[in-house]
Design a protein around this ligand. Sequence first.
Ligand code: HEM
Length: 387
Amino acid sequence: MAGDDLINDPYGVYQRLRSASPVHRITGPDGSPAWIVTRYDDVRQALQDSRLSLDKRHSTGGYAGFALPPALDANLLNMDPPDHTRLRRLVGSAFTPGRIQRLREPIRKTAEQLLDPLGQHGRTDLIASYAAPLAITVICDLLGVPDHHRVDFRGWTHALVAPDPARPAATREAVAAMLGFFTELLADKRRRPADDLLSDLIGVREASDALGDDELMSLAFLLLLAGFENTVHLLGNAVLALLRHPRQLALVRENPALLPGAVEELARFDGPALLAIRRFATEDLVLGGVTVGAGQTVLLSLAAANRDPERFEDPDRLDIGRTATGHLALGLGIHYCLGATLARTETEIALATLFARLPDLRVAADVEPRRRPSLRSRSLTALQVDY
Ligand code: HEM
């Protein structure tokens, strides 16, 4: 794949790929082969196809994503039924709508507190001062990570999601640090259980053998990584998109009731997950008219599907008034984002609070927003704004 183009202009590249052919053979980020699927109907169907497995044991050597030690790897995004069904049910029962609902007020308070030190006018990097600390606080509150245990996860997640080829040791170091962090955190929670999601999961682990040790640790890791990473970047991308579309922003400012629909459209327009998790064909199958061999890797481009003109009219236009439901930014099928309600709630509150508090917000004219080089994730590392 044209790496640089794909990072700087993923939608342009995907548009060309999509019009040329529905499915392409490409070279994955590690140099090994994969198929990439770009049309909405094909991606939607493939997300629900049980012949596409997330379990690496079905891979016959194509691109397989990053390798983690077993204590972090036994997670939902590497599993098929029946293990996936069992684990998802366990975590789902701790991830109740009531628990998310109770987070609304704390999310709003945290957002306000982060904006307090900014004052009325000035310049700030909104990723560092707002999006990242908000997402860290919310996911730590949900999981029940005590204050003294909270760290800025950005360094670790960056090393995993966008590894620097010049520093291969950085990823290993980040993985070791994360393992240490979770081992200590879970020991701490065992000693002092509270009303939070991790304590609930530890309760399940101790009451039965329905949840293994590696599975518990991997689940904590996945929730933290998925809950933090994607939220920061959905929020960052959403703020940038609205600041670059002042008429759309004015509509949201005038009528905050439009926000829930706007969040759907913003997720469709520039969601953080460009690709779904890699999948492996368990048998020869036909996808978009192309035969994919058993064991080969399939990458589903959520970004390309969400900009498919066959599904969304004038897809490159941000239009918060459109009905964007049916977008695939949060996946679909059995692996549909577990944190979808939290993601929506958090983004909505974060945008509402930000735009209410900083009426003059604009992208700093002399500093380009910085993007992280990654084929998987569409993410800003810095967003300088004036207000
Ligand atoms: C804010 C924006 C978010 C986006 C765009 C997003 C996106 C996604 C996508 C696309 C998938 C499906 C991956 C696939 O099938 O290949 C997924 C799964 C998942 N997400 Fe999210 N996510 C977000 C927030 C969250 C949050 C806040 C949490 C948790 C607190 C979370 C936890 C998960 C988990 C655990 C899965 C795996 C579910 C399974 O395999 O059954 N996500 N997410």
